[in-house]
Design a protein around this ligand. Structure first.
Ligand code: C5P
Length: 231
């Protein structure tokens, strides 16, 4: 079975643009990520359309709620037939256990966001979390693993130490990727090339603008795929 490592972030405001890009890409080369903006605008119908085009979907809605509500939301997401769904690890042990129980192993992959990469030391102190961001990330990743989830979202830099602590089957999904040909960081602070991220232990790379804003998205996608082939 094919298992493309690249997840293209469909950060668009509506279905039309998303479908236009999906038609230019190929499902054997990438999966697609649908986030809060696009899903709020275009809903389950869009997921269905992308699935009929043979794409596997990462539904990036980062659920964070009381255990019962988060579990029901994850179940509803899994019922859409998506490949991957996520929650915030900050929802805590009981929420993580409830969402795990709601989705059987081996169907939809269930991962957690540890700390948003937009948060720095001051932000985490403000909300009363102790330690450096890296320590908080490690603590939340361990909690996620402990509760039986399939992996975490993390930066390519955090992937190094997380990969040392977790087996290869624990998914590390890394955004903030910038190909060597396109070192435009946009608003990303800490970036890595696709090769660096894979060598650091990433399982899947989330890539948005370098592909979505390219003149020829499929050729950028193919080039990145070639660069990481065999790593
Ligand atoms: O365009 P770009 O490659 O920066 O897009 C990255 C995608 O990954 C966006 O959808 C963004 O919301 C998401 N993301 C991120 N950093 C995180 C988590 C998700 O950039 N820590």
């Amino acid at each position: 079975m094919h298992d493309p490592r690249i997840i293209v972030a469909l950060d668009f405001s509506g279905a039309q643009e998303a479908l236009q890009l999906a038609r230019k890409l190929k499902p054997h080369l990438c999966r697609l990520k649908v986030g809060k903006e696009l899903f709020t605008a275009a809903g389950p119908q869009l997921i269905e359309k992308l699935r009929t085009m043979d794409y596997e979907i990462f539904l990036d809605l980062k659920f964070h709620d009381i255990p019962n509500t988060a579990a029901s939301a994850c179940r509803a997401a899994a019922n859409l037939g998506v490949w991957m769904v996520n929650v915030h690890a900050l929802g805590g042990r009981r929420m993580l256990t409830a969402v795990r129980d709601a989705i059987p192993h081996g169907s939809t992959k269930l991962i957690a966001v540890t700390l948003l990469t937009s948060m720095d030391q001051n932000d985490i102190a403000d909300i009363g979390l102790q330690g450096e961001p890296e320590q908080v990330v490690t603590r939340l990743a361990k909690l996620t693993k402990d509760c039986g989830l399939d992996g975490v979202v993390c930066s390519a830099l955090e992937a190094v130490s997380l990969r040392q602590q977790f087996d290869a089957d624990f998914c590390l999904v890394t955004p903030g990727i910038r190909p060597t040909v396109d070192q435009q960081a946009n608003d990303q602070k800490r970036i890595a090339t696709p090769q660096q991220a894979m060598r650091n232990g990433a399982s899947y790379l989330v890539i948005g603008r370098p592909i979505t804003q390219a003149d020829d998205p499929i050729s950028v996608l193919q080039k990145i795929q070639q660069e990481i082939d065999g790593i």
